[in-house]
Design a protein around this ligand. Structure first.
Ligand code: NAD
Length: 497
């Protein structure tokens, strides 16, 4: 379903209110294809009120009913797969294969929460004292809000709302204003699947809508995913307002390659992890650390594989890598490549020279830079583009120290045939998600996703058991039933009148 103007989804229907609007681009064409309305405070208040009202009955529903809605939602999502994948590609620019991948990872979370009753079982101890039992139970928190980035318009919202909803909460999602259509469709399908109207709302907009969500007294928890400076500020503001908060930030993910790593495996992994989705992935490999020998064999295999990488529009099925999200972002990526070059790094493959750069779409070619030093801005900053930096380390210990010095700590991977080296890496690397011969170690839905340092402000990771804890509050109950004493002393409940 293609819209010309995108509104908000509140109380089970799309509404067209708000104070401003912005263009939504098709990055492959380099021009706007529609507009999105920006919510003001009144629109946000309406969405929160709808979620609050719908949550009361939903929180009282049986686990079986909530589970069934999630089952039906999963079926409906799969029935609409191609439509959603096309929306993702149109507004984000990633090729259909990448869009299909993110859709599948999002659906995985819906599948995970169909088993939520098992995870909400709680704990029980009989006789913690004479005649006294204790149990720990988890209840919904009420209304939660999610604020999400442009780079995964389906998957990142789906890290959040399926868990929150299945756990009995209402939810308000504020997706990225750069690619907002997918979120709206996900919310519509939830109602079509039998979800109560009003439980899951989408407000579109910018920092004004976010500001209202952060201060609204009925929003009890904030899940944020985006760039590090915004994540830090969201964390501080939400915590100050007394809310639960998890704020996931940017990343700089390293791939450490030992001399014994299989050359073809490394080349395939590096190219797919650095250039897939044009490097606009929070788990993209953006730095390769070659350990020990000169690493020339690995580098030359990577360059060979890069020659065969097809850049182009998602409309061409041969394309393996699409454009960047905006022209401004493309210029920033080019500037950071130029800065590294000016400071002495060697550009082995130069994306600035790619023929598609002259097209209207926001294309930038895959780029490989050797001889990078840690003081370069390209290394310090998250580039978020198809640029792989290469650094050297004399041994594994030095490579681990180099990675751990970096302020980000999302993912890190090691490529080796040595179990001992891999074990040392797992134990000592400072990253939330670690890959062994796996370049993008995004955990499956029943494990939790998240990093530390500049990559996560807050305590809990998303989805998996940590996600359930985030969207529920615990009660520890201690119970004594005086009736039991009376039964023991001969009193009967059933008496003859
Ligand atoms: P962004 O920080 O610009 O925007 C994220 C969200 O915050 C959007 O909804 C946006 O509207 C809102 N926002 C922007 N400025 C704001 C402000 N001043 N006040 C309040 N809200 C504001 O991020 P982006 O460019 O959309 O996404 C890319 C970033 O997200 C990258 O840094 C990437 O690493 C990060 N990311 C991290 C993860 C992770 O799991 N750690 C996952 C995906 C993306």
């Amino acid at each position: 379903m293609t819209r010309e103007l995108i509104g908000h989804f509140i109380d089970g229907k799309e509404i067209f209110e708000g104070d401003g609007r912005g263009p939504v681009y098709n990055p492959a064409l380099g021009r706007p294809v529609r507009e999105v309305l920006f919510a003001d405070e009144a629109v946000v208040d309406r969405a929160v009120a709808a979620a609050k009202a719908a949550q009361v009955a939903w929180g009282e529903e049986s686990l079986a009913r909530r589970q069934r809605v999630m089952f039906d939602y999963r079926s409906l999502l799969l029935a609409h797969r191609n439509e959603i994948v096309a929306l993702i590609s149109e507004e984000h620019g990633k090729v259909l294969g990448d869009a299909g991948g993110e859709f599948a990872r999002g659906v995985e979370v819906v599948e995970f929460v169909t088993g939520l009753p098992q995870l909400l079982k709680g704990q029980y101890n009989d006789s913690v004292s004479r005649g006294v039992d204790a149990m720990s139970v988890r209840y919904p928190i009420g209304v939660a809000a999610g604020i999400t980035p442009f780079n995964f318009p389906a998957m990142v919202p789906m890290w959040m709302f399926p868990v929150a909803l299945a756990a009995g909460n209402g939810f308000v999602l504020k997706p990225s204003e750069k690619d907002p259509s997918t979120a709206l469709r996900l919310a519509e399908l939830f109602v079509e699947a039998g979800g109560p109207p009003g439980l899951f709302n989408v407000v579109n907009g910018d920092q004004r809508a976010v500001g209202r969500l952060l201060e609204h007294p009925d929003v009890k928890a904030i899940s944020f995913v985006g760039s590090t400076p915004i994540a830090r500020s969201i964390y501080e503001r939400a915590a100050h307002a007394g809310k639960r908060v998890q704020a996931l930030g940017g990343a700089k993910n390293h791939m450490v390659v030992l001399p014994d790593a299989d050359i073809d495996t490394v080349a395939e992994a590096a190219v797919s992890a650095a250039y897939g989705s044009a490097g606009e992935r929070c788990m993209a490999i953006s730095v390769m650390v070659l350990v020990g020998d000169d690493g020339e064999a690995h580098l030359s295999a990577i360059k060979d594989r890069m020659q065969r990488l097809t850049v182009g529009s998602y409309l061409d099925p041969k394309s393996e890598m699409g454009p960047l999200i905006t022209g401004i972002h493309r210029d920033r990526v080019a500037r950071l490549v130029g800065e590294a070059e000016a400071k002495g790094a060697k550009i082995l493959v130069d994306g600035r020279q790619h023929p598609l750069i002259k097209e209207a779409g926001f294309f930038f070619g895959p780029t490989l830079i050797d001889g990078v030093r840690v003081d370069m801005e390209a290394y310090q900053e998250e580039i978020f583009g198809p640029v792989l930096l290469v650094l050297r380390a004399p041994n594994l210990e030095a490579a681990i120290a180099l990675v751990n010095e970096n302020p980000y700590a999302n993912g890190a991977a090691i490529f080796t045939g040595s179990g001992g080296a891999a074990r040392t890496f797992i134990r000592h690397i400072d990253a939330g998600m670690v890959g062994v011969n796996v370049p993008i170690p995004v955990p499956v839905a029943y494990h939790s996703f998240g990093g530390s340092k500049f990559s996560l402000f807050g305590d809990t990771h998303v989805h998996g058991e940590e996600g359930i804890r985030f969207y529920t509050r615990a009660k520890a109950v201690t119970m004594r039933w005086p009736g039991e004493d009376r039964i023991a002393t001969g009193m009967h409940f059933v008496t003859n009148s």
